[in-house]
Design a protein around this ligand. Sequence first.
Ligand code: A2P
Length: 317
Amino acid sequence: MSNELKTHPEIIYPEVAVNTYKPNNPVEVPVLENRLATLEVSPNIIRHITLDVSGTELDGNIRSGQSIGCIPEGFTERDGKPAKVRLYSVSSPSRGEDGKSNIVAITVKRVIEEDQHTNNLFLGLCSNYLSNLKPGDTLKITGPSGKRFVIPENANDFNYVFFATGTGVAPYRGMITDLLENGFGNQVALIFGCPYRTDLLYYDFFRELSVRHENFHYLTSISREGTRPDGTKNYVQYQLLDSREVLQPIVSQKNTLIYVCGLKGMELGLFQVMAREGFSDYLRIDEEIRDKPPSEWVVEDLKKRVRPGERMFLEVY
Ligand code: A2P
């Protein structure tokens, strides 16, 4: 790896299709497959659902990193109105699932929660609707949406570090496949966080890729099976410390891009670790705290005065 670059190459965003199908004009497509996406059966139920978009404008026109909208047909919102569109990241590569441009995949976590006041069970409307779909059922979808959370057109000019928690890994399944299938020679790292080992998403897939491509580094952070030596949880951002030898040579390159996808809240911890480790050139830091050492930043600073810079892409929910 060369450390000679003083500044990063220009990021050229690809031309992508957007909003071909809008909520008032969705397209109905059949479900092909609906299977578990986790390594093992887990109380954290996450499903891999594939759709056949043959004959629609979506065939061959979805870039990995983009999302599609799903409509839970026949359901109503709490206010009695018809259920609205929910966005899901596409987890298939740009070429389509298994190289088939007509097959698009999404990764869906069943939302199952208990109301803390009433003890009543709450089932997420759309996630359970999707998780219950059977092959042959149809689904109304919209999209594609999103223009920025994608691999640049000049993909080979960069290295990539992808941070994900939970289903935040979905877009990376496609993006990393896009890169490695096209003979990409720079460095790619994926840092994936989940509660237990049973929750590892697409584990065999990523493991296998990491065996076949020595420029792909796959790191997992399991948060509820032990802690780090100082008692902190094994969260993705701490891999910058715990897997320092692997990650720091990549992150310190001027032509590295960082993508962050998953739980809202993960960005704060990541911003903090990055700044403390001297990687604040990925961040946009407000004037007010520019002279304050990152070790003294308080939550308010992280929330209000630190944002991703040009080389960092954030998709949190
Ligand atoms: P935990 O829930 O143990 O605190 P999932 O979506 O499958 O539940 O996984 C989300 C993962 O992200 C979990 O391992 C969760 O840990 C972890 N996590 C929760 N909050 C943060 C945070 N602020 N920064 C990084 N990781 C987080």
